[in-house]
Write a protein of this length. Structure first.
Length: 69
């Protein structure tokens, strides 16, 4: 069942309070993204997308997208 705007707002406020003191993006990236997607009603992010998706960069190097679906 889709979330209502009211439920998304409640989720977003809780999310912002939980993550307001985070210091390290690298250490917290997956947890942050999982919690953010849950704000929007995505309970199983691994079933709809991929974390650390490899992409080619200029100069032949590889980079990563934190999450892609």
């Amino acid at each position: 069942m889709p979330l209502t705007w009211d439920k998304i707002q409640v989720n977003a406020v809780a999310f912002s309070k939980k993550w307001q003191a985070t210091k390290s993006e690298e250490a917290e990236a997956q947890g942050f993204l999982i919690d953010f997607l849950r704000v929007l009603g995505v309970d199983e992010p691994m079933q709809v997308g991929d974390f650390e998706y490899k992409v080619p960069l200029a100069g032949g190097k590889m980079g990563y997208i934190d999450y892609v679906c």
